[in-house]
Design a protein around this ligand. Structure first.
Ligand code: NAG
Ligand code: NAG
Ligand code: NAG
Length: 327
């Protein structure tokens, strides 16, 4: 058996939710359980009513920082305290404004896949986050690397230094396994593949996705990750159709399961054979409600103004670093 993890990142808002609904909703795996994706959500520009909707559709909501600051040097140089404010505080914020259980938020991805040495992993360990999904590998694509803990110092290659070099027991690395582009070069995000298919050609994209999947499926069956940006999918309907076609194929295969990043970590902790996996109960989650609150202030942060919508009472000021609840 093999897991496929679709992971989207960045803010969730009234435009990209339309794509998410069309491409992802109402999909099932062949065992009858909901097929789910993971969303690494950044706070700036997010509408929490839609974050709540994704959660209640059975998708995983994870952390992608409060500010999504550019350039990547901000993340490379981030101190423990900056990471704590960007992620540990974001978890409190996300749970509050999207009205989703705090404990359901277990994973994080740093913007630009830029780690800051041990810092983000120390924050994870201190604030009870389970896994990171920011660390890309080009060296371990075939056979592909499996998720692992930092109980021992990592031997993974480091594409965006500094990577952690300490042993930080208990925290999980869910590595990003690079895809291989049409000319044989690795790319850590689908959008970063240099020799990519024609963006207007569905057949070529479908084949490209399938080829990358098959390297895992006919290889060591390490989880196959697709790191996607809606902003890249949106302008290219052919690429979207190729993705939907691929999902239609895998959702009908008996030994392929489209699950969240958190579910992959849980399986690796407690692996069960496919016979047991197919018959066990589907993942449960606690449904929550959202009473939308339109908060009538525009953020002064970021490059453009946006309206802040919450599933909880409106904050006094726009929530930000050092004041995650906007009190
Ligand atoms: C670990 O990495 C840091 C940079 O994040 C570096 O300053 C330090 O020298 C490294 N320690 C060892 C033992 O390699
Ligand atoms: C898409 O690519 C395939 C394979 O390269 C080619 O045969 C086909 O004509 C292309 N379709 C379009 C619409 O360009
Ligand atoms: C924001 O404005 C809308 C429409 O004008 C109104 O319905 C809503 O009650 C306002 N919200 C707050 C928190 O003032």
């Amino acid at each position: 058996m093999i897991f496929v993890v679709l992971a989207f990142e960045d803010s969730v808002h009234e435009e990209n939710i339309v794509t998410y609904r069309r491409v992802l909703y109402n999909r099932r795996n062949s065992n009858g359980c909901a097929a789910s994706a993971t969303f690494f959500v950044s706070h700036l520009y997010s509408n929490y009513v839609f974050v709540n909707e994704l959660y209640n559709r059975g998708h995983e909501v994870a952390l992608h920082s409060m500010t999504h600051t550019n350039p990547s040097t901000y993340w490379r140089d981030a101190t423990y305290d900056v990471i704590k404010q960007e992620f540990a505080d974001q978890r409190v914020q996300m749970s509050h404004f999207a009205n989703i259980p705090f404990d359901s938020i277990t994973g994080m991805r740093v913007p630009h896949l830029q780690l800051s040495g041990d810092n983000s992993f120390r924050v994870m360990s201190d604030y009870g986050l389970k896994y990171d999904n920011s660390w890309a590998t080009n060296a371990y694509t075939s056979p592909a690397m499996w998720p692992y803990t930092l109980d021992y110092q990592s031997t993974q290659d480091c594409l965006a230094p500094p990577c952690p070099n300490a042993s930080i027991p208990g925290v999980w690395v869910n590595p990003i396994i690079s895809w291989i582009d049409l000319d044989g070069y690795p790319c850590s995000t689908v959008a970063a593949c240099y020799y990519a298919p024609d963006f207007f050609n569905e057949t070529e994209w479908f084949q490209f996705i399938l080829n990358n999947f098959e390297r895992h499926y006919f290889g060591n069956r390490a989880p196959f990750g697709m790191l996607l940006l809606e902003a890249v999918l949106y302008p290219f309907p052919a690429m979207q159709r190729a993705l939907e076609r691929f999902l239609d194929v895998i959702n009908n295969l008996d030994d392929v399961f489209m699950v969240t990043s958190d579910e992959v970590i849980e399986w690796v902790k407690n692996p069960v054979p496919i016979s047991q996996y197919r018959t066990q109960a589907c993942r449960q989650f606690i449904p929550t409600t959202c009473v939308p609150h339109q908060c009538n202030f525009s953020s002064k942060h970021g490059e453009r103004e946006y309206d802040f919508e919450s599933c909880n009472v409106c904050p006094r000021v726009h929530p930000w670093l050092g004041n995650p609840l906007g009190q």
